[in-house]
Design a protein around this ligand. Structure first.
Ligand SMILES: *Cc1c(COP(=O)(O)O)cnc(C)c1O
Length: 403
């Protein structure tokens, strides 16, 4: 019964991609090394990285802070099962509590799992305290992850008829329209859930007024406010959490991306009076393992320094100023976002093409929408690196216009 397995044919640099399930189109290169804002592919070509693992690598590639934490913890204790406490798990939870003003933390492996947990917690709370209310008002163009419930809570056009039937109970309101949110609230409603800045849909900020209005409305109606800070949290917008800038605090907060700086960890954070999971309602094999929580702890200690966050604000203002100048020079649209989560509206459906041309010139940029470029560099990106990025983009945009 011997079977001959064909030799893989290497399409690029000796690599074959055949064994990988096709889930997206990827450029024909393999990244082999990264330091700070720079990546190197298998041919030795260097790239300036303004994507950083999708706003994940908050300290850049392979920062000593993470490498040291990993090395130290890997030699001490990696995993002792979620049925037991470990020391970094406790320390990281305490630090998140101190920074967030909320009281309880459950660690997850990613953002979708944190949001899935937030939805479960809100539904349990609704079952106990609001007569079985389970609906969660979410926003148009929201992105909350790729589990079935978080896809249902999201509003991505290509997902509309995918993987039916969806999880029910996620009516959609328009961002920054509090009357629209209010109209959707019934006795079935248990929470309002939103991103302070919608990242995946093209960096669309909730106004500070809207965040305050949602807070006031949910408080008045006895509902929970859930903030998905998977992308905006951990210093990305210049404060530890974006909600601080509105002077509010949610009942439930979700984190991931920057929390691990590149290793997979997320967190579901909640006010004490919301926490109503009974034993067995929530859990997970890898959740809160010592290796990833040790990394989260090292990152939060670094990002939580006031000078670090101040630097994100000044660097973010500099990047925004450079992008505005570029927009003016090439007659493009608005620059929006906060801190180091920014977008440039190109005013035409050229973003994918511009990002591909930048890639060819050794610059990684993301085009979340056909007209939008998104900038999410390492939080410690330098002005020189920003200048280099602008130079490359300027060249590509000049070429675009000249065609
Ligand atoms: C990335 C993201 C998620 C999903 O996180 P994963 O770690 O990919 O599961 C959820 N919400 C927001 C706002 C995100 O940016």
């Amino acid at each position: 019964m011997s079977q001959t397995i064909p030799e893989p044919v290497p399409p690029s640099g000796g690599f074959s991609f055949d064994a990988l399930m096709e889930i997206t189109s990827r450029p024909d290169v393999v990244f082999v090394e990264g330091h700070g804002s720079w990546l190197r592919d298998h041919t030795g070509k260097e790239y300036l990285d303004f994507v950083q693992g999708w706003a994940v690598n908050c300290l850049g590639h392979c920062p000593p802070v993470i490498a040291d934490a990993l090395r130290r913890q890997a030699a001490t204790l990696i995993n002792c099962s979620p049925a037991f406490y470990n020391a970094p798990m406790i320390a990281l939870a305490e630090l998140i509590v101190r920074h967030s003003g909320l009281e309880k933390v459950f660690f997850t492996n990613c953002g979708a799992e944190a949001n899935e947990g937030a939805i479960k917690l809100a539904r349990k709370w609704g079952a106990l305290h609001r007569g079985g209310a389970y609906e969660i008002v979410t926003m148009s163009h929201a992105f909350h992850g790729r589990t079935l419930a978080t896809m249902s809570a999201s509003d991505k056009a290509p997902w509309k008829d995918l993987f039916e039937p969806k999880v029910a109970g996620f009516p959609k309101a328009e961002m920054n329209d509090i009357a629209g949110v209010e109209r959707l609230i019934t006795e079935k409603t248990v929470a309002v859930m939103l991103e302070p800045i919608q990242g995946e849909s093209g960096v669309i900020p909730a106004s500070l007024d809207f965040l305050k209005e949602v807070r006031a409305l949910t408080k008045k109606a006895g509902l929970l406010m859930i903030l998905d800070e998977v992308q905006t949290g951990i210093g990305r917008t210049g404060t530890m959490f974006a909600y601080e800038q509105a002077g509010i605090r949610p009942d439930i907060l979700t984190l991931a991306k920057g929390l691990g700086g590149g290793v997979p960890i997320g967190a579901l954070v909640a006010a004490a009076d919301v926490c109503c999971f009974a034993h067995g309602d929530q859990g997970g094999t890898f959740n809160g393992n010592a290796l990833v929580t040790a990394v989260g702890l090292a990152i939060l200690e670094e990002v939580g320094r006031p000078e670090f966050l101040q630097n994100v604000r000044t660097t973010g203002a500099y990047l925004a100023q450079c992008l505005r100048a570029l927009s003016k020079k090439h007659g493009l649209g608005e620059v929006r976002g906060q801190g180091l989560l920014l977008a440039l509206d190109l005013g035409a459906e050229i973003a994918t093409d511009v990002a591909a041309k930048c890639f060819a010139r050794g610059l990684l940029l993301n085009a979340p929408r056909p007209t939008i470029l998104r900038f999410m560099p390492a939080l410690n990106v330098t002005r020189e690196e920003i200048d280099t990025m602008i130079e490359v983009l300027d060249g590509v945009l000049g070429g675009e216009k000249g065609r």
